[in-house]
Ligand binder design. Structure first.
Ligand SMILES: C[S@@+](CC[C@H](N)C(=O)[O-])C[C@H]1O[C@@H](n2cnc3c(N)ncnc32)[C@H](O)[C@@H]1O
Length: 703
């Protein structure tokens, strides 16, 4: 791994505990108390009290804009919280804190010293923590006893009676309409059988029989579709799958990220403690996170919040940015940025220098992004609103690129339980396809010759292999000019190097998977690439810079968003090509459509073969062609109409003026002369320049 000294500095703080002992999960299976899942109304009330009414859209949770909840793990599995009391390992962050708060976080003090010196305001939090620790120890002791008792029983007792006799009506009735209270027991029993099959399976029954049954039971008990239950179940061993499904029923801790552009963590912690908030550092791995236990005031409405001293952000959403390790004065692209949790963290790490292009295809979501950028005092960011598949045609040559991709959200089921039922096979084809396209575009947007970077981070808040390792593997295959490097995140499970018959690049072990049941954070995936060679020119000239062999267009999630206005000539040509392609797909000869003047645009005169279609009666054919053409015309009008409207809004370019004044020429994809930029001051035509960093950034100036 080649990390710059600054990267190493940024990353050395990871002092993560090893993954939990698997026996912890087993203990849970073997009779330990089950998770108490608060009813939704209670959850909502707690959430409202903690964040206030207005905070809903401010929580930085990726795809799903919902708040994280705040309960510690009840089952004793290691959580981020277990590391908290020892405080930070880096004192830089606490330069402005007062003595009292300093005691809470000082790196020089051991845990017991720090505990003794906790402020009165935080005593309640400490006492909760101690209670939890005691409860945890008691539960562990109890589980150990139960486990040893169970082992004794297993040796002498009959096998669990799960599947029963296929010919026994009572057995089969119990399987078909289980008592809900017994479902969980049957799930745990089945897990036990699957993990010790030769000893515990009933005669004549196969693993497949048990797997089929447990999947049915998981669907019935937790409310998953069979499709998703199966997909998730196979990611883990049976006992770990059980832990995963259980963890998805519990809320993750409430976490805030200190905005170091405005304050330090110690200072912030003190201010919030003074307002009656009980908190502690999120863990040694972060210098800026605070976990909130309780608050007397809504966290989305405190003066500190309004002044931009912190942002409500899920802990795992820090990780891709930490892996990206942005450096001061770099040029960075955040391809799918809204609502901006990661963008604003990137800017904070860059100390508001350099330039961050924060892009999102969803125009409505960019409003929240802009709001956060302003509230947090971020001044080095340009917000833009493109389909990210347009990069690097829009602009390329970045030192680093973050692609926090749109995904299915299977890592954040505790926040959005609708994922349990609303994702189907089609989603798991379309999403990976989009992710692959975006990832190639992300790679093509990185400057391999960057003196400080040349890195790309791909992340999702999903745990499925299709959206993670498969996407990364695809990119490695399509772009031999990138290689996987270590993320620098010293916790998280290794990515799969093989999965259900598929084999992936051996460096896939450097990618990181984060699971709710292991770390009490949202499920997440992080991969880091280093670009080692230039992108072929062809990859940056076409409409689909990423270019996938499938050659399929998959729309952005909001195709009402107007794009365009950035390169008129190329745009026009591309539109025409797209229309022709569309016509051909519909079985229409584009030439004929042009001759009828119905293709909605000028199509060049080159002969285009009409695909052979099945013979239709002439009249019917004409009618259907007419309909198709009308529909096409409408569609094209929609596209071109929007573009034209946008062009009207955009300031007219002077002849010979640079097309993209904010474009940094890439060392590898030399821009056309017209694209050679001459300054940062021009507002991007399709972007919202929130505060282009015209003075502070050497990188913001074209080379
Ligand atoms: C996981 S969320 C990003 C969260 C964000 N990085 C954060 O930390 O706050 C994915 C985002 O991708 C955006 N998106 C979906 N399709 C896109 C596309 N084709 N191009 C760019 N953005 C897209 C969605 O609008 C959504 O805001």
């Amino acid at each position: 791994m080649s990390l710059s000294s600054q990267e190493s500095e940024n990353l050395k703080i990871f002092l993560w505990n090893p993954p939990p002992n698997p026996s912890e999960d087993e203990k849970d299976l073997k009779g330990k108390k089950s998770a108490a899942v608060p009813p939704p109304a209670q959850k909502a009330k707690a959430k409202k009290e903690l964040f206030g009414d207005d905070s809903d859209d401010e929580i930085m949770d990726d795809e799903f804009d919902v708040e994280s909840g705040g309960e510690e793990m009840e089952d004793g599995r290691p959580s981020l919280k277990d590391d908290f009391l020892a405080g930070d390992s880096d004192s830089d962050v606490y330069d402005s804190g007062e003595e009292q708060a300093g005691h809470i976080f000082s790196e020089d003090e051991d845990e017991s010293d720090a505990e003794e010196k906790l402020t009165a305001a935080n005593i309640e939090g400490l006492s909760r923590k101690l209670d939890a620790q005691l409860a945890h120890e008691a539960a562990e002791a109890q589980a150990e006893m139960e486990e040893s008792a169970m082992q004794t029983n297993i040796a002498g007792e009959p096998k669990p009676h799960i599947l029963g006799d296929p010919d026994d009506e009572d057995d089969q009735a119990a399987l078909a309409a289980p008592d809900v209270t017994l479902l969980r027991t049957r799930i745990t029993d089945t897990v036990r059988v699957l993990e010790d099959f030769s000893n515990l399976a009933e005669e004549g029954r196969s693993r497949a029989d048990y797997t089929e049954q447990i999947l049915k039971d998981i669907c019935a008990y937790y409310g998953y579709s069979e499709f998703l239950a199966e997909k998730l179940f196979h990611l883990f061993s049976p006992s770990e799958a059980f832990s995963f499904f259980e963890a998805n029923e519990k809320e993750r801790p409430h976490v805030i990220r200190t905005n170091t552009l405005k304050t330090g963590r110690r200072e912030l912690a003190q201010a919030l403690i003074n307002r009656g908030v009980t908190l502690e550092p999120v863990g040694k791995w972060s210098k800026v996170g605070l976990q909130i236990f309780e608050s007397q005031v809504p966290l989305g409405a405190t003066p500190e919040y309004l002044a931009g001293h912190y942002i409500l952000q899920a802990a795992s959403s820090f990780l891709p940015v930490m892996a990206l390790a942005p450096q001061e004065n770099e040029r960075i692209l955040d391809m799918a940025a809204a609502p901006g949790g990661k963008t604003t963290y990137i800017s904070a790490l860059m100390k508001n220098t350099g330039c961050v292009f924060a892009n999102d295809a969803n125009r409505a979501r960019t409003k929240g992004l802009i709001g956060n950028i302003h509230r947090l005092g971020v001044k080095n960011t340009i917000v833009c609103n493109y389909d990210a598949k347009e990069f690097p045609k829009v602009i390329g040559g970045f030192d680093r690129v973050l692609l926090d991709a749109p995904c299915s959200g299977t890592g954040v089921i505790s926040k959005d339980p609708s994922v349990k039922t609303n994702k189907n096979a089609k989603d798991f084809m379309l999403l990976p396809h989009l992710q692959k396209q975006l990832l190639l575009c992300a790679i093509d947007s990185v400057d391999h010759a960057s003196s400080t970077g040349g890195y790309l981070v791909y992340s999702t808040c999903s745990v499925t292999v299709e959206e993670n390792e498969s996407v990364v593997e695809y990119a490695l295959r399509k772009r031999p000019n990138v290689k996987l490097v270590e993320t620098g995140l010293t916790f998280g499970r290794e990515g799969f190097t093989s999965y259900r018959g598929k084999t992936f690049n051996e460096k896939m072990k450097w990618t990181r998977r984060f699971y709710p049941h292991m770390y009490n954070v949202d499920g997440f995936f992080v991969a880091k690439f280093k670009k080692i060679g230039p992108t072929k020119a062809a990859a940056t000239n076409g409409v689909k810079a990423g270019g996938t062999p499938e050659d399929e267009e998959i729309g952005v999630d909001n195709d009402d968003v107007p794009f365009g206005g950035f390169d008129d000539e190329a745009d026009k040509e591309l539109m025409e090509k797209a229309v022709k392609k569309h016509l051909r797909k519909k079985g229409i000869n584009p030439k004929v459509a042009v001759a009828h003047g119905k293709a909605g645009g000028k199509v060049d005169g080159k002969a285009e073969e009409a695909p052979t279609t099945t013979e239709e009666p002439k009249a019917a054919k004409e009618e259907s062609t007419g309909k198709k053409e009308k529909a096409l015309e409408k569609k094209k009008e929609k596209i071109l109409g929007k573009k034209e409207k946008q062009e009207e809004r955009a300031p007219k370019k002077k002849e010979g003026a640079p097309k993209k004044s904010y474009n940094k020429p890439s060392s590898e994809t030399k821009p056309e002369p017209a694209k050679k930029a001459n300054g940062e001051s021009k507002k991007p035509e399709n972007g919202t320049a929130t505060s282009p960093s015209s003075t502070s950034s050497k990188k913001a100036q074209p080379k």
